[in-house]
Design a binder for this molecule. Structure first.
Ligand SMILES: Cc1ncc(COP(=O)(O)O)c(C=O)c1O
Ligand SMILES: N[C@H](C=O)CCC(=O)O
Length: 427
């Protein structure tokens, strides 16, 4: 496992050329301290850094790699696609195949558009919803993260929460005055927003994975659907993270609630840069070139990314039993952590949904962002450092979700629990 971190100075070197040494803030380890390992390769459940250290990887590229690193089927699909050419900027058959495979799963989603990231998917979905309803105001929820587009970077979770800049400088107040903020799992706060603005759309992570893991309550999400119907607002479920992760059909399998638009990313691209948004025909047909709402992308529907995504989605559809297996492993991990914490008088609470897990050093199980913020993030930092030193790679922020992949076995989970019981006195 972990040997030692030889100081190669690559992080210093990186900071000379790349802002903060990283290309996405949370990777810089600022909230947990220390230096990020630079990763050389992955293999199944494990990653290896450039100093030869091996880590059991509970991040899995922030969710996409449900079959772990270097899954042979995904790799082969990518290799075969690359052999034919990496990009054409023209339609390809594989886009149609992936679209069919995805839409087949959701009776309420008729058309899809592929983009290159989750950020693009949510940003475009919002534009479409505004174009469709003709109303500018949107409701978003505190602690939910939908990528970094201007109107959604308000009281956001994930890296924005980690770095204490939930509403970013550089976003003009004029751009965010149409973003109304509601409290997660609190329908009264939603009603107030509807009464105070001209709301055309509501965007939510039905299973919030960017303030650690906080699931929406079924009754709350049902009421949200009703209130959107009442006001003629478009309901967008952001399932960039939970899609094909929480279960095969994401929140739809769990709550049975039909959003008007659903955004996808991560798993749908098998680790390649992909996002997508899908919705009801009458809404999606407002999108260019059929309708007037403009949206485009030079590399959108990239054949290499589509081939990776197609392979992963087909594999998941053929093996739906894996979700139960992944959930059992996640539960085992969290129960083990919980018992150890209890024995050591440490406040600990957790959530598990499918292959996703989130835990809080907190007396109670949080239901919204305010309650998440009551968690002990200093203790999380110590947890993170000690586990990393022992060869276990957890998210470098208390505001992120953890992921189980299929190559993780019982022994991996047991080793993680045993290691936690060894380091628990240090936190
Ligand atoms: C729920 C959710 N929406 C949107 C995004 C943005 O996706 P991306 O980082 O691919 O732009 C993320 C992750 O970052 C996410 O977790
Ligand atoms: N929470 C984010 C994605 O889900 C973390 C990834 C990133 O911002 O780099």
């Amino acid at each position: 496992m972990y040997q030692k971190r030889v100081k190669m100075g690559i992080f210093n070197e990186a900071q000379k050329y790349i802002v903060g040494g990283v290309n996405s803030p949370v990777r810089a380890f600022k909230s947990v301290g220390g230096e990020p390992p630079f990763i050389e390769k992955g293999e199944g459940a494990y990653i290896f850094d450039i100093e030869g250290n091996k880590y059991l990887d509970y991040i899995q590229s922030w969710g996409p790699l449900i079959f772990g690193h270097c899954d042979k089927d995904t790799q082969n699909a990518i290799i075969e696609a690359v052999k034919k050419g990496v990009s054409f900027g023209a339609p390809t058959k594989v886009e149609v195949e992936l679209a069919k495979e995805v839409l087949e799963l959701f009776p309420h989603l008729n058309l899809i558009r592929f983009v290159n990231s989750g950020t693009e998917a949510t940003m475009s979905a919002i534009r479409l919803a505004r174009g469709y309803t003709g109303k500018d105001d949107i409701i978003k929820f505190e602690g939910c993260y939908h990528g970094h587009s201007d109107s959604l970077l308000v009281s956001a979770g994930s890296g924005a929460a980690t770095f204490g800049v939930p509403s970013s400088p550089g976003v003009p107040a004029d751009f965010t005055k149409h973003t109304l903020l509601a409290k997660y799992n609190d329908i009264e706060s939603v009603k107030k927003c509807f009464e105070s603005g001209d709301v055309g759309c509501v965007i939510i992570e039905p299973i919030a994975g960017n303030m650690s893991l906080v699931p929406g309550e079924k009754e709350f999400l049902g009421e949200l659907r009703e209130i959107c119907n009442h006001y003629g607002a478009v309901l967008i479920f952001d399932e960039v993270m939970s899609g094909f992760r929480a279960s095969l059909r994401g929140s739809f399998d769990i709550y049975g609630i039909k959003a008007d638009i659903v955004t996808f990313g991560k798993v749908i691209g098998g680790g390649m840069p992909v996002g997508a948004f899908a919705g009801k025909k009458e809404i999606m047909e407002k999108l260019s070139p059929v309708g007037p709402v403009y949206q485009a992308g030079t590399l959108s529907g990239n054949p290499v990314a589509m081939s990776a995504g197609l392979t992963v989605i087909k594999k998941l559809k053929e093996n739906p039993e894996i979700y139960k297996e992944l959930e059992d492993k996640a539960k085992k991990l969290m129960e083990g952590f919980s018992e150890t914490s209890k024995e050591n008088n440490i406040d600990f609470n957790y959530n598990v949904i499918g292959s996703m897990f989130g835990f809080f050093f907190n007396k109670k199980l949080p239901k919204n962002f305010d309650e998440v913020n009551e968690s002990d993030t200093k203790r999380y930092a110590k947890f993170h450092n000690n586990m990393l030193k022992s060869g276990f790679y957890f998210a470098p922020s208390a505001y992120e979700t953890g992921f189980i992949c299929t190559p993780m076995n019982e022994k991996d989970i047991e080793n993680t629990i045993t290691t936690y019981s060894k380091i628990v006195k240090e936190i």
